[in-house]
Design a protein around this ligand. Structure first.
Ligand SMILES: Cc1cc2nc3c(=O)[nH]c(=O)nc-3n(C[C@H](O)[C@H](O)[C@H](O)COP(=O)(O)OP(=O)(O)OC[C@H]3O[C@@H](n4cnc5c(N)ncnc54)[C@H](O)[C@@H]3O)c2cc1C
Length: 407
């Protein structure tokens, strides 16, 4: 049987996955003079499931790169406070206006626009290349070291040779699977049904969040429509389907009353996309010649909307620590271990917080048909609004903020 001709490429760093981690790492490494090829399996960045929240910590990185003003010129929404309803309490739960950063807000930008933005700026560096419709299928190894990637591309099979493969291919990572890096599965009690409802004049501008009897609803303002996520107990979609669409329409109305006049826009269960939620972490992020960062190293729960921002922080740390050894073509496993050592603690802390919220708040809400009792912290915040600065700091800045270094 005739075989298709193989395209071969040599680069210093091959990045698998053009999500937030991969695009930011690609931009920074190319900026530092490292020849970098990003392989992205999709033809474009257009997907709904990825979340839209660009936090102050990420906006600081953009500021350090001189991209802050250009970012703000793209269509987006700026949310200075997170308001929400929890049972009977409606309050501001996070207030970003006092953060010690230039951006005192969370920017909501559809993730495909954010990734397009990063790609446009990365392309200004001669060492950067992004190959879309390039599905990395296997790692290439020699003498116990990863030496590159095999991929299926629109132009035929591709064989990449590189000093480093950076696994940025998200929670179903081929790189983590192929390297058999050990995974600690932490788990999540919920899944999310993703759907759209139209926006109407007089609707709020901000994010909508509501915790009610048995359900949680989050709505992201995308100008013409609300991108909604209905949080359900894990594995219960089939049960929900047997109860019928009206039950789900009623749940939405109870959670966010102003959406009542448009729940008829949901005409079948095909209008929902099920997103399964997971939380896990590799116990080792690297092997000789390969390193995982972002969700491929630590799959994040949507709680707090921090996953994109943690992935960006990983990318900054990786570029800070690896640009020089990559440029000198001497990247060692100790260099890769230094990235894990730098990013492990913040990852552990954020995941521990997510797991506590999943256990103590989300499981309770999803497991009960009654209006939930707000947790103590929320009751205190509702009473003493100044306390809304604490969640703002945790969500907006996280722990151990990275700075872009000139390497
Ligand atoms: C329901 C849900 C909602 C969420 N909401 C938010 C939110 O609002 N805010 C937030 O910050 N985080 C949110 N998260 C978490 C967030 O989506 C992730 O933490 C973040 O996207 C991780 O970025 P990443 O670059 O590591 O991986 P990803 O964003 O998953 O990107 C991986 C990329 O790799 C590509 N890829 C995969 N395999 C291959 C391959 N073999 N070859 C080539 N390319 C490949 C994929 O197409 C993708 O583009 C949410 C998660 C879930 C499940």
């Amino acid at each position: 049987m005739p075989t298709e001709p193989q395209i071969t490429r040599h680069v210093t760093c091959c990045i698998v996955g053009g999500g937030p981690a991969g695009m930011m790492a690609g931009l920074l490494l190319a900026r530092a003079g490292v020849s970098t090829l990003v392989l992205e399996k999709h033809a474009d960045f257009l997907r709904d499931f990825r979340g839209d929240t660009v936090h102050p910590s990420t906006l600081e990185i953009l500021d350090q790169l001189g991209l802050y003003d250009a970012f703000r010129q793209r269509p987006h929404t700026e949310v200075t406070r997170l308001r929400g309803r929890f049972g009977d309490i409606e309050a501001t739960f996070a207030d970003f206006t006092h953060l010690p950063t230039r951006a005192k807000f969370v920017a909501l930008m559809p993730q495909w626009d954010f990734l397009d933005f990063l790609a446009a700026h990365a392309r200004k560096y001669p060492g950067f290349e992004l190959l879309m419709q390039a599905d990395a299928t296997a790692l290439r190894s020699a003498d116990g070291k990863v030496i590159g990637v095999e991929a299926k591309t629109a132009a035929g099979p591709l064989q990449v040779t590189s000093d480093l493969v950076l696994g940025c291919d998200g929670r179903h990572s081929m790189v983590r699977r192929e390297t058999r890096l050990p995974v600690k599965d932490i788990g999540a009690p919920m899944d999310v049904l993703w759907f759209r409802l139209s926006r109407k004049p007089g609707d709020p501008d901000d994010l909508v969040g509501s915790f009610g009897a048995g359900h949680i609803l989050v709505g992201i303002n995308r100008t013409e429509y609300w991108q909604c996520g209905l949080v359900i107990a894990k594995g219960t979609l089939e049960q929900i389907k047997t109860r019928g669409l009206d039950t789900i329409r009623r749940a939405i109305t109870n959670l966010v009353p102003f959406l009542a006049d448009r729940t008829h826009e949901i005409t079948s269960f095909d209008d929902f996309r099920l997103l399964t939620v997971g939380v896990d972490r590799l116990t080792t992020w690297h092997r000789p010649g390969v390193l995982c960062i972002g969700d491929s190293a630590h799959t994040m729960s949507p709680v707090g909307g921090v996953g994109i921002n943690l992935a960006i922080q990983d990318a900054v740390a990786a570029a800070n620590l690896l640009a020089r050894p990559l440029r000198e073509r001497q990247v060692s496993e100790a260099d890769l271990a230094a990235v894990q050592a730098r990013r492990l603690r913040p990852t552990q802390l954020v995941q521990a917080l997510q797991v506590q919220i999943q256990k103590r708040v989300i499981s309770g809400v999803l497991g009960s048909a009654r209006q939930p009792e707000p947790p103590l912290l929320l009751r205190l915040i509702a009473r003493f609004p100044v306390l809304a600065r604490i969640p703002a700091r945790l969500i907006g800045l996280g722990y151990r903020r990275e700075r872009v270094q000139e390497t």
